[in-house]
Write a protein that binds this ligand. Structure first.
Ligand code: SAM
Length: 305
C-alpha cells in the first residue's frame, strides 16, 4: 500500500502541475521526513534517509506507477561521508541511462553515478534565473557537476561558458548534456580542476568573467587535499572577487547543514562586503521544492559595484 502522506503529496502536485512522460518534478518533499521522491521522467528516485522496509519498497513500485513512471530507484543516503560506491540502491529493472526534461531542456540521467541521477531539482528556479541573466555574458560555473547551470547559461545566450569540476566523468556528462540540446560543446570550456586553484590561475592571468556561479559541496577530497566549505569559503570568495568583472554578477549557493541562510549570508559578507557588492533579488523556489526547516538550499546573488 502507498503511504497516505505520499498519496497526499502526489495529489498536491497533480493539482498544481501537468506532467508528461519526460517531466522532472519533486513529488514528495517535506510531506515525509525520511524519504524524498523526485520524478525524472520514466524513473521515480527515492532518497532514503533511513533503511526502507520491504513494504516500503513494494510501495515505491506502486507509487511510481501512480506517478506515471514505469521505473523506480531507492537510494540510501545514510552512509554519508564514506565511499559513495558502498551506498546501496534498490531498483526496478531499468536502463543505466535515460533522458528527461526540465522546462524544455533535456538532460541525461544515470543509475550508478552517486546519490543523485544527475540534476538537483531544488535549483530549478535558479537555473531559470541564470538563463535570463546570461545573454552575451562570459560565465564561469565552479563545481559544475553535470553542467546544469552551464547548459542554461549557454541556452540563455552566454557567448562563453567555462565549467570547472574535479571529476572528468561529470565534465564528459556535461558535454553530453550540451550536445543533447543542440549546443556545440567544442565552443565551450570544461576544465577538470580544483575550483580553488582554477580561480587562482584566473587571477594570475587576469582572466575575468561577467557571471560566476559557485555551488560548492560542504566537504570534498582531492589530490590537492581536503575541501571544507566552512574553512575554504573566504579563499573561494577572494578568488571569485579577483575573477569577476566590474558590474559582474555572482551566484553562490550551498547545502551545508551547519549554516542557515542568515549565517551563510554573513560569512559571504565578510569577504564581499555591501560597500562593494550589492544584493540582487533571487526568485523563490518552485512550489514542489519550497525550503523546509530541515533541508534548505542557502543562496545569495551579488553584483560587484
Ligand atoms: C554540489 S555538487 C554541485 C552541483 C551543481 N552546481 C549543480 O547544481 O548542478 C558538487 C560538485 O563539486 C565537485 N567538486 C568537489 N570538490 C571540488 C573542488 N575542490 N573543485 C572543483 N569541483 C569540486 C564534485 O565533483 C561535484 O560535481
Amino acid at each position: 500500500m502507498i503511504p497516505e502522506n505520499w498519496l497526499r503529496a502526489l495529489e498536491r502536485r497533480r493539482a498544481h502541475f501537468q506532467w508528461t512522460d519526460s517531466t522532472t518534478l519533486r513529488l514528495v518533499h517535506d510531506e515525509d521526513d525520511r524519504i524524498r521522491v523526485d520524478r525524472f521522467g520514466p524513473v521515480c528516485w527515492f532518497y532514503c534517509y533511513r533503511d526502507p522496509s520491504s513494504a516500503e519498497l513494494d510501495a515505491m513500485q506502486l507509487f511510481a506507477q501512480a506517478a506515471d513512471s514505469p521505473h523506480w530507484c531507492a537510494q540510501l543516503m545514510q552512509q554519508r561521508g564514506r565511499d559513495p560506491h558502498s551506498r546501496q540502491q534498490f531498483h526496478s529493472d531499468m536502463p543505466d541511462e535515460w533522458t528527461a526534461k526540465e522546462e524544455g531542456l533535456q538532460y541525461y540521467f544515470r543509475l550508478r553515478q552517486g546519490l543523485s541521477p544527475g540534476l538537483f531539482l531544488d535549483q530549478r528556479a535558479n537555473r531559470r534565473w541564470l538563463r535570463d541573466q546570461s545573454a552575451n555574458r562570459s560565465v564561469l560555473n565552479l563545481f559544475s557537476y553535470t553542467g546544469g547551470f552551464s547548459l542554461n547559461a549557454a541556452l540563455g545566450g552566454a557567448h562563453q561558458t567555462v565549467s570547472v569540476d574535479l571529476s572528468r566523468s561529470f565534465l564528459d556528462w556535461s558535454r553530453a548534456n550540451f550536445t543533447l540540446n543542440g549546443i556545440d560543446a567544442e565552443k565551450h570550456e570544461f576544465w577538470p580542476a580544483d575550483a580553488r586553484y582554477f580561480l587562482r590561475g584566473c587571477v594570475k592571468r587576469g582572466r575575468r568573467f561577467d557571471l560566476i556561479i559557485c555551488d560548492p559541496p560542504s566537504f570534498g577530497r582531492s589530490s590537492n587535499g581536503v575541501f571544507r566549505l566552512e574553512k575554504d569559503l573566504p579563499l573561494l570568495l577572494r578568488g571569485v572577487d579577483g575573477a569577476l568583472e566590474q558590474n559582474g554578477l555572482v551566484f553562490l549557493s550551498n547545502n551545508y547543514e551547519g549554516w542557515d541562510q542568515k549565517t551563510f549570508a554573513q560569512r559571504v559578507r565578510e569577504t564581499l562586503p555591501p560597500e562593494r557588492y550589492r544584493r540582487v533579488e533571487l526568485p523563490d523556489a518552485d512550489f514542489d521544492v519550497q525550503p523546509t526547516a530541515s533541508h534548505s538550499l542557502k543562496v545569495i546573488a551579488l553584483r560587484k559595484q
